[in-house]
Design a protein around this ligand. Structure first.
Ligand code: NAP
Length: 332
């Protein structure tokens, strides 16, 4: 089987995508922006795993042509995530948009068959009026409605990708996977900011639960959907929301942790912060700024399309929540 390139090989979702590709018999290449990350990546894989680590940064053209040469497909997973609050939107938007176009241009020039881009529910469900129906792949985030820099970066990067695929990149197949909040076992001490909700509930650093609901999905199911989107003929030209069942309020997550972990969930908050207090805090606390638009809202979304077109299935999210907690506790 021809090689598959995974961008951002040091990341949480990319790590599980790499595993899923190896399990499916592919040779894998991964990009990192710092080759010093290679030992950490190898430590998460079987000894002798068929993985080559190459250097490429989303902010530079250097390295991308070599990275994609001879590959049949690319999983473009790398993008700035909310590890710190950016000083201005461009800090996240530029690498996301320009980096995506760099990967797509290199892939097109090298004759890659298909690129699967990891987009996000952030490119779908933000900046809309409240509604009673779940978000679908037909929805797009309204970046002019004051959305946060992360949602803006994902929306503009995905839009740029579709414009490229429909214009100068014609002939290169594109599919996107748009996960909701990704949870699941960690592969090591480096894990995505999306697991912060569980780690903060467990270690007592979350003083009260916030009142909002959103979808969650297991990282292993997200990786499986990337592989399906890469191989299934029907996936070309399509977006796929990746979410397990219906949305959960933070109080639902806390209840699962208490039920499954017993005493070990002793620090999980039980109290919900009143909306007025949470809104006030979000105005002054930059860490909470990205949650401002979510407060009081239920951002439910559906994966019916991936289930129907690709036969994708998810594990119960309650099991994922418990396994996330177990793996975070094991790191201590
Ligand atoms: P993560 O662990 O923080 O991974 C992000 C990856 O992107 C890292 O490998 C990082 O490399 C790389 N990256 C960031 N900026 C880069 C740059 N300028 N040049 C090259 N690489 C860069 O987060 P993750 O959750 O796995 O996220 C992976 C993808 O999934 C992202 O596209 C994210 O938007 C998307 N996603 C995540 C979630 C979620 O809940 N986790 C939900 C929806 C979508 P370094 O290690 O060098 O920093």
């Amino acid at each position: 089987m021809a090689d598959v390139l995974v961008t951002g090989g040091s990341g949480y979702i990319a790590g599980w995508c790499t595993r899923a590709l190896l399990d499916a018999g592919h040779s894998v290449r991964v990009t990192v922006r710092d080759l010093a990350r290679e030992p950490r990546i190898r430590a998460t894989l079987e000894p002798g795993a068929d993985v080559r680590v190459v250097r490429a940064d989303l902010g530079s053209d250097e390295g991308w042509a070599d990275a994609v040469a001879g590959c049949d497909a690319v999983l473009h997973v790398a993008s700035p995530t909310l590890t710190t609050v950016p000083r201005d939107d461009d800090e996240m938007v530029r690498p996301a948009v320009d980096g995506t176009l760099r990967v797509l241009r290199a892939a097109r020039a090298a004759g890659v068959r298909r690129v699967v881009m990891t987009s996000a529910i952030g490119a779908i469900a933000y900046g809309h009026e409240p509604r009673d129906t779940p978000f679908t792949e037909r929805d797009w985030t309204n970046v002019d409605a004051g959305v946060g820099p992360y949602q803006k970066s994902k929306t503009l990067a995905e839009r740029a990708a579709w414009e490229f695929a429909g214009g100068p990149g014609r002939g290169l197949e594109l599919a996107t996977v748009n996960p909701t909040g990704v949870l699941g076992p960690v592969l090591g001490p480096d894990f995505s900011p999306s697991l912060g909700v569980i780690s903060r509930m467990l270690d007592g650093s979350m003083p009260a639960l916030l009142k909002f609901a959103s979808g969650y999905v297991d990282v292993r199911d997200v990786a499986a959907l990337h592989v399906l989107a890469m191989t299934a003929p029907a996936a070309a030209g399509e977006r796929f929301i990746a979410t397990a069942g219906h949305s959960l309020w933070q109080r639902d997550i806390a209840a699962v942790l208490r039920e499954r972990l017993g005493e070990r969930a002793a620090k999980v908050p039980t109290r919900e912060m009143p909306l007025w207090a949470a809104r006030g805090l979000a105005r002054v606390n930059p860490q909470m700024g990205s949650l401002r638009m979510l407060l009081g809202r239920n951002l439910d979304a559906t994966s019916a399309k991936a289930e129907r077109l690709l036969g994708w299935k998810t594990r119960p999210i309650e099991d994922t929540i418990a396994e996330t907690a177990e793996s975070l506790l094991a790191l201590r």
